[in-house]
Design a binder for this molecule. Structure first.
Ligand code: HSE
Length: 246
């Protein structure tokens, strides 16, 4: 998430060579989406990145396909599996270090898990949602970011007693003053739909003009779950370009 290299260079070279791209790598998507997508259009190929947000749970292809007739005004939800897993397990009394180690074993956490804990991973997903779903070319510097490092076991217990839960929430919305994008912990009441989203599960709500709110809940991390996004994108390309049957 610093330079996006060498992945950006690989994507550019492949597109120049007339190849479709299917990747779950967030670097090129968060740092160069507009450029790579425009280049792909010139070359008549696709730059497909479903797995960069909520693993194989279809959100980008949903927005671009079935929801294409709506204006999507905002996207917000729980976008990082590792931190949601950590917060869920800590509520059951588990130690932070043990839970983080388990999140790494299960393939949820990034190679450097500070990317999850400090909110950089969710920030990348907010940037991708802004670019792909809202069509606004923001970058990481445009997202206000706070991770979960400041959430203590005492705060989790206090929330539990008061019938609430801490969640790391990512959000991007069109407002009167332009685009507002953020990642920050929020205390949600147990009656709120996001409060029941536990473990590595993620949830994303699109606020639309014609349908109202559309919410997708599903796996947000994991090896098989992310691998599925690759299949999803390959099938999408096949349907678009080869006349494949649905
Ligand atoms: N580390 C990421 C997460 C993986 O925990 O959500 C999926 O992007």
């Amino acid at each position: 998430m610093t330079t996006g290299e060498p992945a950006i260079g690989h994507c550019r070279a492949a597109i120049e060579a007339g190849k479709h791209i299917v990747t779950s790598n967030k670097g090129p998507a968060a740092l160069r989406y507009a450029e790579l997508d425009a280049l792909a259009k010139i070359k008549g190929v696709r730059f497909m990145i479903e797995g960069t947000v909520m693993a194989g749970t279809p959100v980008l292809n949903l927005a671009r396909g079935p929801l294409a007739g709506c204006e999507i005004r905002s996207a917000r939800g729980i976008l990082n599996g590792t931190t949601n897993y950590i917060l869920s397990e800590m509520e059951s009394g588990a130690e932070y270090d043990d839970v983080l180690a388990r999140a790494q074993e299960l393939g949820y956490a990034e190679a450097d898990p500070t990317g999850d804990v400090e909110g950089f991973d969710a920030m990348a997903k907010v940037v991708i949602l802004a670019n792909v779903v809202l069509g606004v070319p923001i970058g990481p510097a445009d997202v206000e970011r706070t991770g979960i490092a400041g959430i203590t076991p005492e705060m989790i217990e206090e929330a539990r007693i008061e019938k609430a839960r801490w969640k790391l929430l990512g959000s991007v919305e069109r407002g009167a003053e332009g685009i507002k994008a953020s990642v920050a912990p929020g205390r949600v009441p147990l009656s709120h739909p996001l409060a029941g989203v536990m473990g590595a599960t993620n949830a994303l709500t699109f606020e639309t003009d014609l349908l109202g709110d559309v919410t997708v809940v599903g796996p947000g991390a994991g090896k098989k779950e992310t691998g599925f996004s690759i299949l999803n994108d390959i099938l999408e390309i096949h349907r678009d370009t080869e006349g494949g049957s649905r």
